[in-house]
Design a protein around this ligand. Sequence first.
Ligand code: T1G
Ligand code: NAD
Length: 648
Amino acid sequence: MSLVSIAREGSIAVVTIDNPPVNALGQALRQQLWDAVAALDADAAVQAVLLICAGRTFIAGADVSEFGKPPVAPHLPDVVARIEAAAKPWVAAIHGAALGGGFEVALGCRFRLALDSASVGLPEVGLGIVPGAGGTVRTPRVAGVAAAVDLVTGGKPLRAAKAQALGLIDAVVSGDLRAAAIAFAQEAIGKPLPLPASARPVVAPEAGFWDDQQAAITKRAKGEVAPLHALACLRKATEVPFAEAMAFERETFLALRGSDQAAALRHVFFAERAAPRPAHLGAAQPLPLRAAAVIGGGTMGAGIAAALRDAGLPVTLIERDAAALERGVTNLRAIFDGAVARGRLTEAQAAERLAGVTASTDYASLAGADLVIEAVFEEIGVKRAVFAQVAAVCRPDAVLATNTSYLDPAAIAQGVPNPARFIGLHFFSPANVMKLLEIVPTPDTSPDVLATGFALAKTLGKIPVQAGICEGFIGNRILKRYRAGAEALVRRGVAIAAVDAAMRGFGFAMGPFEAQDLGGLDIAFLQREAARATGQDVPETLGDLLVRAGRKGQKTGGGWYDYAPGQRKPQPSATVADLLADQIRAEGQMDGPAIAEHLVAEMAAEGQAILAEGIARQPADIDLVEIHGYGFPRWRGGPMFHAQNRAG
Ligand code: T1G
Ligand code: NAD
């Protein structure tokens, strides 16, 4: 099948790659590119070559689906070297994204043009590998060492203008990329050519640079190895000749390609891409979402409204009274002001976000909403009353959603006319930041409304996972098991700080006890108390003892740990030791890795139960929940992937 076509524009040969969906560099495409170089070198009438892609994007990289198999020639570094050594200059014309091997191919070209909307990057570390076709050796020669270290070890793409400022792109164009690139190539013919990247000198950084970078990446990576290997490749590129540095990079790439971390990150990569449109949605079609509404402007309501505005949807924000509404708008403004302070939004963009919010206490303003998301108090009476008011004014086909954490969406929907349009949409706090969205249909939810939930997630840039109805759905149910497992270790004499240190050592940003102190022990305590009030048998937890003693976490100056006034650094607490003394049997300590493996196994065991009950549809969904909702280290693949690999 032809993936490469060649056309002529005068003395310019236009090589067009057409390999849907993202022009990935599978073996067939590498072979056809190799053959094209040879053919065009032999064509005396051709004076320059333009490399451009059909479809949505320039080459998005090597074909990740080939990674589980032995590499097959022609290998990409050889194809890039062949392009770079071509008798005629090659000009890369980039639209969409030139990523990984795609950008490495562009670096092998003598010139690089990009549409102003395009981006370029070397995201390989996000797959647990390093660039394998010269990215760590050519980039420092083109953009300098500091920029190369940021690009390669961070893995984040650069917009065209920024890439141009660094010398990675020669010209940024708008409008007709092909025409602009042809004109650029014609202009370049006969003029002195820039040195190919491989022939350019590389300037070694100042003393101490590599040690500083090593320390910073080690701190940031928390056990992930690819970024440190990428740094080693970049350092090698400044210390030995090009060919030797290429060999080192290739050796590193091949070694990492077969690693557990690379396998885990590929697992997550494909799970994330399958998430927005799972096969079980079948032919269901999402309903149009042109205008949304949020009921409740508290912690979650404000965050959800911000997420909707970030996606460009007009939002009506409803609160119960004028004072609460004012607080809600203040919460929302604070979110956008924070984004401006961090440079994520301009003042004008923040103002535009706010201008798209209609704040009201009058439910009649919901009449035009296609989607209404409720985020009021976690009390079923309050929620049912809210939905009664909502249903009385909304269109009968408006999608109604609850953001409840623990209540049964079907119970909340009782009494709502046309319950087929009702669904649970469980956002995570902060709702405008956290990627995870648990989608919780009731037995009455229609397929189109379910598909609408998934479409909303894609619109908001979130990762949707469908969950069945049980206490805590998927994520909070596993969290409960995780916390219970951690408390059980403390009861066996394992130090609180040792548990947290173990989970940080595994790759979490913080351990279970530190996290509770940050979020507040009282949230879960109140849920347990509410369950007890309904007659459920909910055993007393160590956390209950602390809350009853007034220790709710950082917000009360102490929880599992003590905190010096105004400080957030956890200090082991003698008070807690006394409070828990008669709960603890001193069975001795466990080492960090054993603690972590034990608790991850607890998560996976709960995950297996969740699968067996049909609450989750597949193990990868549980992994996505834990990674995107609870900070499970991405390079471990999630609890299900990790447990399976350890077992395997
Ligand atoms: N290989 C194979 N398939 C890929 C792919 C890739 N590199 N990238 C995307 N796909 C598939 C994806 O699975 C989905 O398939 C479809 O394309 C659309 O993807 C030697 C070794 C390019 C920004 O890491 O970042 O080069 O589900 O839904 O939102 O040094 O895809 O439709 O069947 O994400 O428009 C480095 C990864 C590889 C880029 C487009 N490259 N891809 O986003 O579409 S390693 C990457 C992306 C490498 C070299 C090394 C995004 C995108 P399906 P999508 P999108
Ligand atoms: P919150 O107390 O911060 O906000 C609730 C808001 O609802 C308040 O502003 C209140 O004025 C408003 N409200 C109450 N009754 C109302 C009515 N009749 N009409 C309009 N507004 C009314 O609570 P929250 O943390 O934002 O939680 C809201 C919902 O989101 C709960 O169901 C909770 O379980 C769920 N949730 C919370 C989190 C979290 O981490 N806080 C995460 C996911 C889901």
